[in-house]
Design a protein around this ligand. Structure first.
Ligand code: AMP
Length: 190
């Protein structure tokens, strides 16, 4: 039997460039010193959005996933579209106070202070030991994705991989996250 790695479809250099070139850099947003990666210009570019979603579909169609979990809010856009393509369910992982039913939550540290994300307690319960792909647009310090992967595992489901379009490697988040789940990203920002 092939391992998951061997089954994956490689993103060509041209495809990577199409996606990379469609993402806009905004200096000093939301505060001085931050270079914000704006993916709205990827979404409104039908070629780049198509290349991205096709690649994600090709990669994940053999993973036997049961759900995609998307991180609030940009992870919802890619995650929900991919779930529909794969014919599986989508679960939102939201900032505290947004989900209406019983939740479990996880705190994580920010540069100053804490933030908290939540998931519905029964979100993955229709499928025992559900295999879940976690998705967001970007990993920086990894705090958000770390908390999200822990939440998935706490519900009794299993986070089988965390997927990002961009990895800000200089923030070191992907190294930490790899300790709790395999990760995949398309573009590295050094
Ligand atoms: P972190 O928890 O530090 O890995 O931050 C990841 C989350 O913050 C993701 O949901 C990103 O969308 C957002 N984020 C962090 N840094 C940036 C950035 N430079 N540009 C755009 N989004 C960012």
């Amino acid at each position: 039997m092939l391992s998951y790695k061997e089954k994956t479809v490689t993103l060509s250099n041209l495809e990577r460039k199409i996606i990379e070139n469609s993402i806009r850099d905004i200096k000093d947003f939301p505060k001085p010193g931050i270079l914000f990666k704006d993916i709205t210009t990827l979404l409104n570019d039908k070629e780049a959005y198509g290349v991205l979603m096709n690649h994600l579909y090709q990669r994940y169609k053999e993973y036997n996933l049961d759900y995609i979990a998307g991180i609030d809010a940009r992870g919802f856009i890619f995650g929900a579209a991919l779930a529909q393509m794969l014919g599986i369910g989508f679960v939102p992982i939201r900032k505290k106070g947004k989900l209406p039913y019983t939740t479990i939550s996880e705190k994580y540290s920010l540069e100053y202070g804490f933030d908290e994300i939540e998931v519905h307690l029964d979100a993955f319960s229709k499928i025992p030991n559900a295999r879940v792909l976690l998705i967001d647009d970007l990993i920086a310090t990894g705090g958000t994705a770390n908390a999200a992967a822990k939440l998935i595992n706490q519900t009794g489901a299993s986070c089988v991989e965390a997927c990002f379009i961009l990895n800000l490697t200089f923030c070191g988040g992907s190294e930490k996250l790899q300790e709790i789940t395999p990760i995949y990203y398309l573009i590295e920002v050094e």
